[in-house]
Design a protein around this ligand. Structure first.
Ligand code: PMT
Length: 410
């Protein structure tokens, strides 16, 4: 049997591609988690440079970060390795992330003191700064730390965490370093808010397959996992949009910075989207709402009896959500097809009064339900159509947003 063709991904697959991220590591037991963060930043496409305080090197060796970033780690402000190294690192940065940020580091950041390479980089950079505090709960709750954090917030420094839980001291409370995935999400949101083309815009996205109850234990559903909608929400968040994600039940984590509204049925999804789209700039309808629902859900579990060999469930039509919604800004629908993709998609574009419809053949390899990738054709109300190659769902999200941005400008 012939080997399947390898999948070639195109488009913007890596969210931090082309971004020079400086990671500042300070002296906390949580510094070990910064190694995982460094790895995740690289996996997200960032060019990574690490600066450490001398105290941080007592917890994790610079060699760890040198290996993860593929660059020398800067610890000494007076290092001879690069002329003016103490400010050049700050100039190169598209963003500075300090994780973990100790109470001592936060105090120095608030006062503008620069006893080490991390605080010096923070003072010398004009790039956005994100800090992820980690310390004992009593230090976090101390009025001095509270005041320092407020000073930093007022200065525009973004703060992620700390999380609550078990601390190194054995106590429980706020002070744990946020998980690396949360920190990467917060960085993506910060970069979007400071330089994204959707900053100031509100984008509403729907995701997942609705569940229509038959009785308290059974439902009619479909294969949508929500991956397409969540990827669009992440892409919009990365470009600076305020994002409302209305989702049917799915097993996915909420992207950092995205407002999530959980619904179950198509009727609930309609109500949530009607509320979310009153002042939105765009609605992107990637959910798979059920077209029909049981006419009446039984209030008790329907029992199997020995004399019963079949069962009929009477179904009634659900509202067509996107067709029912009056506006919402730029209106984007999806068409999930198994045949006649172009004809069916064009018919839906007109019937649902859409600006764009994104058609996918849900039977094609790598496309449709539960895949990391999708291959779509975008049909425009103006009549043109564009067939895009197979790409990650995040890249599909960006491709849709590129076209939405153009329509918003027009
Ligand atoms: O979630 P994943 O596993 O990642 O899968 C992604 C996906 C295949 C679900 C997604 O790419 C997709 O195709 N979504 C649209 C699914 C769908 O319902 O297609 P449709 O052709 O039946 O509907 C056309 C449009 O009308 C869609 O925008 C749909 O959201 C909308 N609709 C449908 C029914 C309904 N009652 N109200 C609606 O608004």
């Amino acid at each position: 049997m012939a080997e399947p063709e390898p999948i070639v991904l195109q488009g913007r697959t890596l969210p931090l591609e082309g971004r020079h991220v400086v990671l500042g590591v300070t002296g906390s037991i949580a510094a070990y988690k910064a190694a995982d963060l460094a790895s995740k930043l690289r996996q997200a496409g960032a060019e990574l440079e690490v600066v450490m305080t001398p105290a941080a090197t007592r917890f994790v060796t610079p060699l760890t970060f040198q290996s993860l970033s593929a660059r020398p780690v800067v610890i000494d402000m007076f290092s001879a390795a690069e002329a003016e190294a103490h400010v050049e690192v700050a100039r190169r940065a598209d963003a500075l992330v300090i994780a973990p940020a100790t109470a001592d580091c936060i105090a120095h950041l608030a006062s503008g003191a620069t006893p080490n390479m991390v605080t010096l980089t923070a003072l010398a950079t004009t790039a956005p700064v994100l800090i992820a505090p980690a310390m004992d709960n009593q230090m976090w709750e101390h009025p001095a730390t509270r005041a320092n954090v407020e000073i930093l917030r007022a200065r525009g420094v973004a703060i992620v965490g700390p999380a609550s839980g078990r601390l190194a001291s054995g106590r429980t409370g706020p002070g744990r370093l946020s998980e690396p995935v949360e920190i990467v999400g917060a960085l993506r949101a910060l970069l979007g808010a400071t330089s994204g083309d959707f900053a100031g815009r509100h984008v509403v996205v729907s995701a997942g397959g609705t569940r229509e109850a038959i009785d308290p234990v059974r439902y009619v559903g479909n294969h949508s996992t929500g991956m397409m909608g969540f990827a669009i929400a992440e892409a919009a968040r990365d470009r600076g949009a305020r994002v409302t994600l209305v989702t049917a039940p799915v097993a996915l984590d909420t992207p950092v910075g995205v407002e999530r509204v959980d619904v179950t049925s198509a009727e609930q999804m309609l109500a949530a989207l009607a509320a979310a789209t009153t002042e939105s700039d765009a609605i992107i309808m990637s959910a798979a709402p059920a077209d029909f629902r049981p006419a009446a859900a039984a209030t008790q579990k329907i029992k199997k009896t020995d004399d019963r060999v079949d069962m009929t469930v009477e179904m009634v039509k659900n509202p067509d959500i996107i067709a029912t919604l009056a506006g919402g800004g730029v209106r984007v629908g999806f068409a999930a097809e198994t045949e006649n993709l172009a004809d069916f998609a064009r018919a839906k574009l007109t019937a649902k009064r859409l600006d764009l419809i994104v058609a996918n053949d849900v039977t094609a390899a790598g496309s449709g339900f539960g895949t990391e990738t999708n291959e779509v054709v975008i049909f425009h109300a103006s009549g043109e159509s564009e067939a895009l190659p197979l790409m990650s769902k995040l890249a599909v999200g960006h491709a849709i947003l590129d076209r939405v941005a153009k329509l918003l400008r027009a």
